[in-house]
Write a protein that binds this ligand. Sequence first.
Ligand SMILES: Cc1cc2nc3c(=O)[nH]c(=O)nc-3n(C[C@H](O)[C@H](O)[C@H](O)COP(=O)(O)OP(=O)(O)OC[C@H]3O[C@@H](n4cnc5c(N)ncnc54)[C@H](O)[C@@H]3O)c2cc1C
Length: 505
Amino acid sequence: MKEPSNMPLNYDLLIIGGGINGTGIARDAAGRGARVLLVEKDDLAGHTSSASTKLIHGGLRYLEYYEFRLVREALMERENLLRIAPHIIWPMRFILPHSTMLRPAWLLRAGLFIYDHLCMGMTLPKTRRINFRKDPTGGILQRQYVKGFEYSDGWVQDSRLVVLNAMSAREHGATIRTRSRLLAAERFDDYWEARIEDSATGAVTKVTARAIVNAAGPWVTDLLHGELSVSSRNSTRLVKGSHIVVPKLFDTPQAYILQNPDKRIVFAVPYERDFTLIGTTDVNWDKSADHVAIDDAEVTYLCESVNRYFNKSVSPKDVVWQYAGVRALFDDHAGSASAVTRDYKLDLDVEKAPVISIFGGKITTYRKLAEHVIEKLAPHLPVLSAESWTSHAVLPGGDFARAEFDRQVAALIKKAPYLTPETAWRLVRNYGTRARNFVTSRKEALGQHFGADLFQAEVDYLISEEWARSVDDIIWRRGKFGLRLKQDEVSQLAAYIDGKLAANA
Ligand SMILES: Cc1cc2nc3c(=O)[nH]c(=O)nc-3n(C[C@H](O)[C@H](O)[C@H](O)COP(=O)(O)OP(=O)(O)OC[C@H]3O[C@@H](n4cnc5c(N)ncnc54)[C@H](O)[C@@H]3O)c2cc1C
């Protein structure tokens, strides 16, 4: 056995996984003074954390499964997240039509009453009842839907939330390495020695850390038993969820929450100004988490859900984009995929140097989850004992109040009068005050045009500041340019990125 005592340790914490949980923990730990290394085998938010429905929500549906703790924590977090990321997270109203065939109106009303009151100091507007014959939100609904409700929740640009947490972690001293896979880690009494492979060069580096955080999402169990060689009784159940995007079905700013005869619910949400996002499904998944794709039956299911409610119908040929991801739910041995708990479980093993694994979770609760991880690790890693800080510290670019959003857009247009209101709005939505880091008063400084409203200055910023390395990183995760760029424009952008990276190498 190697002698650990006077060997210099590279890091306090090695975090495996650059999804929302890994980056959230990296940010929190680095801000408390820990030396943090995060490794992600692909891109930040390359898996589940970019494939969500993008709701910052308590989860109205989970009340049916008596998940009061989870719903309350998530609703409290909704308030925190709206405050710390007013650019990429914003309030949204949801229309819930009552169907006489499904849950009775009194049950919906009771559920929404609880939903409105579980969170102390809620700043969002409360539920209201709707008569669709009189309300503009009823215009797109079929005649049989007469009554319903409108309630509040939040919306997030999920993959951007991950990147902003990684940026904040870096600003607090953390090292973030994407395209870097943990190959194996050897455990000693008070440290780990890990081998990490750079997927671009194939180079393998060795690092040591006092503790490991296993935030590998769908790979959490495989990583624990495989690369980390640690046994655990906990396991995950993989449940696939898919979404489709179609040209916009309605002009109202609200989203719709549609109940299905199988008791599942599907959301139809205004998306990227010209589109509607529809999802999600819930299908047990026993194949590799690396290759997850929507199937025809899911597309049909989502179209049918919408066609049961809206006048305008959709069919598979309307789909302009689709995506799928797997939820790694903590396995509580529930029957159906929908009934498996959405709560998370933390598994701390301190038999030798500590390792903590995260089973389950939601984007909405990532910040609180990170605090819980730090609390559990702190007795074994005193550097983490500093006070919690992330509930009131804004994420990069989010240093303005929610109500100031339009003023931020106006200020950006004042600085760069050539921007259209739509582009200025998008830039503030994506980058907040950081948009000023690459938007200047001179239009020529934007550089090469790649199509839609994407210019070289933004691409360069994404490469230098946000770890973008491939065309997909930019068109599907840092932004949603993929919905608008033509194939030849995508190819041109890819060639530019390759050239830029080669020049930087
Ligand atoms: C369809 C769907 C809809 C959802 N909707 C919502 C919603 O509306 N609101 C909400 O709050 N939550 C939602 N969720 C849940 C939420 O998306 C997840 O809880 C969250 O994204 C999980 O994040 P994570 O960091 O644990 O996992 P991931 O995002 O999957 O990150 C884990 C990362 O670990 C990396 N990794 C694995 N092994 C290694 C290794 N050996 N070395 C280096 N890196 C490794 C992977 O590449 C991956 O990027 C939804 C989930 C799904 C699937």
